[in-house]
Design a protein around this ligand. Structure first.
Ligand SMILES: [Zn+2]
Ligand SMILES: [Zn+2]
Ligand SMILES: [Zn+2]
Length: 354
């Protein structure tokens, strides 16, 4: 080993994102929020290889997001329950869902309709200020360093590469959360977005702060532009220089990001790196997810779902371009080693139903 460890900014969002951004972990977790408790239930819906599922369940247990308990109805069997920390992570999912519903469905009906049991109405999860109760908009929040601000050595870079294929997160369930995560789960994309939210706009700033290669930076900026999250304007002619700004849609990503910040601050045992102030009421706040109808804070057990789609017609719901024809043992082994590959279950299921 040579050279000093690279330092990265302490960030509760990044720590939280590390938990939800592994595709399989996310998909498994989502089944828990939809009411699953058992290995076989989850395995059947996701068509996930058993070894992969064991691995991710173990990982979620280690992260204290779920707990493994004896099955009350079947001796010698186990099931899983969400912990308080896991239930709280649901609020992060709701804020991602809200973003996806609002911006990533092109006007089509949303995949999942939510009913708030206490008031009995369909609702949208909204992000409100814990101090004054009003809805939060990104432009109305200021931040300052908290007790945990600073930089820590970067963890060793993992070799695993995410495949940013559209639909990788969707897997049998069209999902607004998935679509939102597809945008921010890529680590570099997330870091660029964070720079933008911190107020930086220029290529040279991103490049200097993140130590990212110019090829990666250019590719991520171009993708964010294509997706309508940022736009690019020229600020100098000779030489040509551009700056990047969040669009209205991009600014809305702030809501799931501060929800992750809050979750990370609450559960990950580190002092908060950043403190948020709501300009409208001039108070420090944490983001609350509330019912758009009755304004009460949402608790996971209070939400019922209506699916806007049917299960398990995987062939229709998985986009054409990510299906595979081959499922040779070698291909499967390769897929198994790449958890983001979305195709194993679909080909197996199609075979099984023949
Ligand atoms: Zn209501
Ligand atoms: Zn407020
Ligand atoms: Zn309500």
């Amino acid at each position: 080993m040579t050279g000093a460890a690279r330092l990265i900014r302490n960030c509760s969002v990044e720590r939280t994102l590390a938990i939800v951004s592994d595709t399989w972990t996310f998909l498994v977790l989502r089944e828990f929020y939809l009411g699953a408790h058992r290995f076989d239930q989850i395995q059947k819906v996701l068509g996930v290889p058993r070894s992969t599922l064991s691995n991710r369940l173990g990982w979620l247990v280690d992260a204290d997001v779920i707990v493994r308990i004896p099955d009350p109805n079947r001796s010698n069997r186990h099931e899983y329950r969400l912990t308080a920390r896991g239930r709280d992570l649901y609020l992060v999912m709701l804020s991602l869902l809200r973003f996806g519903d609002r911006h990533l469905h092109g006007g089509a009906p949303v995949p999942l309709r939510l009913t708030h049991q206490p008031c009995g109405h369909e609702f949208q999860p909204e992000t409100a200020c814990s101090a004054c109760g009003e809805n939060i908009v990104a432009t109305d929040v200021r931040y300052r360093d908290g007790p945990g601000a600073g930089f820590s050595p970067a963890p060793p870079q993992t070799q695993r590469r995410r495949r940013g294929e559209p639909g990788a997160f969707e897997r049998n369930r069209p999902s607004s959360v998935s679509r939102a995560l597809e945008i921010i789960a890529d680590r570099w994309t997330f870091l660029i977005l964070r720079e933008l939210f911190l107020g930086y706009r220029r290529y040279e700033q991103f490049s200097a702060h993140l130590g990212v290669s110019s090829a990666i930076l250019a590719a991520r900026l171009s993708r964010l532009t294509t997706r309508g999250i940022i736009d690019r304007t020229k600020y100098q002619d000779l030489p040509e220089r551009f700056e990047y700004r969040l669009t209205t849609i991009g600014r809305d990503l702030y809501l799931p990001l501060i929800q992750m910040l809050h979750w990370g601050d609450t559960w990950l045992g580190q002092p908060a790196p950043m403190i948020l102030t709501h300009q409208a009421c001039r108070q420090d706040f944490s983001p609350r997810i509330v019912c758009s109808c009755c304004r009460a804070a949402i608790a996971p057990q209070d939400v019922r779902y209506t699916l806007g789609y049917s299960l398990p017609d995987s062939s229709r719901l998985i986009p054409e371009k990510i299906k595979v024809k081959s499922s040779s043992p070698k291909a499967l082994a390769k897929l198994e080693s790449n958890p983001v590959e979305p195709t194993i279950g679909s080909s197996r299921r199609r075979r099984a139903t023949r």
